[in-house]
Design a protein around this ligand. Structure first.
Ligand code: TYM
Length: 331
């Protein structure tokens, strides 16, 4: 175990999780446990950067935990925990704040986007969010971070912060690498393929939630916008809508995109492709949804998983903070 490289990733309990979260990130996490020592976190402190109703946040935190378990992450093998249960994340954030250049934070695309969308609540946490994320990652000597494309810049910042700290105080943190799966890295909205599928946008037609019923899924794919022409070909620049549908098809079927293109080479249009895709997603989610329903009815079990996970994470985090505090003269 000790010789295995460390993976860390997280998901915000800030709304309904969708097939973008699933294909771009969560679905890939369970298999990594065969090669890595994995830690997966429900990042509730991150979610607070946009106002959450307390009872909804509590509910969404359980939902996210159940999602990780239903996606096959085994809590006996990997650490699963809730961020706010391990206080060292906030302790390290403060310390990293003091070595993070403000200019780096102001450059972050997601900060600029969210500041535009939430003009009424551009809080300091929104700007500082990537430092909390750097703390999540660096606290566990993480080697690799499996995420979607939208998190690439934040993992880069974690490297910058690690380097800054190491230069000032001596080698303390590992510089993490992102793991980004090429095709599913950025699943787009079904109603507007120029926009990322997102849990925070008000785009229910364009966003397929992991909790959607088979009929809702069928309906969303039926109504999904397509490109002009009738050729089923992967070309994000020329055919953004069809390329997105192909990426989803590939993600759920496990088939490479060129194989799917070949299957529909003689198609007379998009209709059959969209019908088939909906069935692939429905059946691809069936097992997940069954397990999710079971976990979601068992808060006692979810509480136990979170408690054990936090205990295991705390042991690692305390040890790291001891080393960090020594380095900077706080201990
Ligand atoms: P979050 O909660 O927004 O998303 C969870 C994961 O889903 C990926 N993702 C997508 N992938 C493909 N297509 C999409 N449309 C799509 N939308 C979301 C995200 O890239 C992410 O991997 N800041 C992070 C959570 C976090 C974290 C961390 C991640 C906090 N600390 C430390 C890794 C390491 C976030 O907001 O993810």
């Amino acid at each position: 175990m000790a010789s295995m490289k460390r993976i860390f990733s997280g998901v915000q309990p800030s709304g309904n999780l969708h097939i973008g979260n699933y294909l771009g990130a969560i679905k890939n996490w369970a298999p990594l446990a065969n090669e890595y020592d994995c830690i997966y976190c429900v990042v509730d402190w991150h979610a607070l950067t946009v106002f959450q109703k307390p009872e909804t946040l509590r509910e969404n935190t359980y939902n996210a935990l159940a999602t990780l378990l239903a996606a096959g992450i085994n809590p006996e093998k990997s650490i699963i925990f809730i961020q706010s249960h391990v206080k060292e994340h906030s302790e390290l954030t403060w310390i990293l704040n003091t070595v993070t250049p403000l200019s780096e934070l102001e450059k972050m695309t997601q900060f600029k986007d969210k500041a535009r969308k939430h003009k009424e609540n551009i809080n300091a946490g929104l700007l500082d969010y990537p430092v909390l994320m750097a703390a999540d990652i660096l606290l566990y000597d993480t080697e690799a971070v499996p995420v979607g494309e939208d998190q690439r810049q934040h993992v880069e910042l974690a490297r910058v912060v690690a380097r800054k700290f190491n230069n000032l105080y001596g080698e303390t943190f590992k510089e993490p690498q992102e793991i980004i799966r090429k095709e599913a890295a950025r699943i787009m909205s079904l109603s507007d393929p120029s926009r990322k599928m997102s849990k925070s946008d008000n785009d229910s037609a364009g966003c397929v939630n992991l909790s959607d019923s088979p009929d809702e899924i069928r309906d969303k794919f039926k109504k999904a916008v397509t490109d002009s022409g009738k050729e089923i070909r992967y070309s994000p620049a020329e055919k953004p809508a069809i390329s997105n549908l192909l990426a989803i098809y590939s993600g759920f079927s496990g088939k490479p995109i060129n194989e799917i293109e070949a299957k529909y080479k003689n198609a007379e249009g998009y209709a059959q492709f969209k019908l088939d895709l909906a069935e692939i997603v429905v059946s691809g989610l069936a097992d997940f949804q069954k397990k999710y329903g079971e976990f979601r009815q068992n808060n006692k079990f979810l509480d136990e998983v979170a408690k054990t996970g936090a205990e295991k994470a705390t042991l690692l985090a305390e040890k790291k903070m001891e080393a960090v505090n020594k380095r900077i003269g706080l201990a």
